[in-house]
Ligand binder design. Structure first.
Ligand code: HEC
Length: 146
């Protein structure tokens, strides 16, 4: 009997230690996946921040966010700024030949079926500005030269 009590007493000694270990384990199990989730959340929010569209404009590049703009962002803003794309207004034929020129001399890759989508986007959203005569003057307060 005395022997049993003694062994029970020595077992009891380990109880706090075991509890602490369990608590540590629980904390570790609880925090590891949570930390990863926080990182993933941060990356996702950085990605969506980078591809934010405000008032119809893709904020990072300044491109108009209409059909096909994702392809233009992905293929046409890698080597140079999107500004170079936006400020060059061309028709379909000239866009295709500019793309061909970049492919032959600047290592632009084959765009496959995306080329048509990209060129359609460019022609539609960055049309050639019509340069004509200025508008007629109106509401002018003419004055007499003295
Ligand atoms: C592999 C690199 C690369 C990619 C990708 C690329 N370009 Fe270019 N592009 C260039 C280089 C280099 C120039 C010359 C830049 C300069 O003159 O400073 C250029 C010039 C241009 C010009 C000006 C042409 C001129 O006549 O002055 C336009 C417009 C243009 N790119 C549009 C595009 C479009 C649209 C795409 C997507 C389909 C695209 N680029 C993708 C490399 C690239």
């Amino acid at each position: 009997m005395a022997k049993l009590d003694k062994s029970r007493g020595s077992m009891r000694k380990y109880i706090p230690f075991t509890l602490v270990m369990l608590a540590v384990l629980a904390v570790v199990i609880f925090f590891i996946p949570k930390k990863e989730a926080v990182v993933v959340e941060k990356i996702t929010s950085e990605v969506s921040e980078a591809d934010k569209v405000e008032n119809g404009i893709h904020v990072r590049t300044g491109l108009i966010a209409k059909d096909g703009y994702e392809l233009v962002v992905a293929n046409c803003t890698v080597c140079h700024s999107a500004k170079l794309v936006m400020q060059n207004r061309m028709n379909e034929v000239r866009w295709n030949s500019t793309i061909k020129w970049m492919q032959e001399t600047q290592n632009l890759w084959d765009l496959g079926d995306n080329q048509k989508i990209i060129v359609d986007y460019l022609v539609k959203n960055y049309p050639i500005e019509k340069v004509g005569r200025r508008h007629a003057l109106n509401n002018i307060n003419w004055y007499n030269l003295k």
